[in-house]
Ligand binder design. Sequence first.
Ligand code: NI
Length: 187
Amino acid sequence: MSVLKVINYGDDVLRQPTEKVHKVSAKIQKLVNDMFDTMYAYNGVGLAAPQVGVLKKIFVLDCSTDDDPMPQMVFINPVIIKKSGAILSREGCLSFPNVFTDVKRYADVTVRYMDMKGKMREMTATEGSLLCRAIQHEYDHTEGILFVDHVVDRFTTDNLLHENQLPPIDANRILSEPDLDNVLMMI
Ligand code: NI
């Protein structure tokens, strides 16, 4: 059990491609335990392996709130296989201390992944729930994508980044998301 160092925005490791996990070995089990310890130590809802410098397709979540306890969840080799709708989501990230901003997300997603027993599973999260948004945020980390790539207000966010001694948004990384824009325009 140990709390790992969380890598901040600006470090290239957060942009690197990740590898699939072939077997849930003792080493992977230890990594997952350490990721939970780290996530709780930093009061996070989710954490992905690249954020602790491990380039593997793994993320962990605990979307519990005071009135709604949820189990700990581990997603190995996640793939989002269905997505629809759109919402604005106010998000932060443990790799961006003190930065919170609105980003575009799907309202409903289905993720296919492997659990800690090596079994394939699917989970659907709907209505822009915390779980639904967290799955998208953490899945992105396993693809080298960061929440600011979905930014709504680039200039306000750049100011926040600057105030927190983080690099500005990379304009070349901002995602073109016409399917989300079309839905958001109608809300
Ligand atoms: Ni994050």
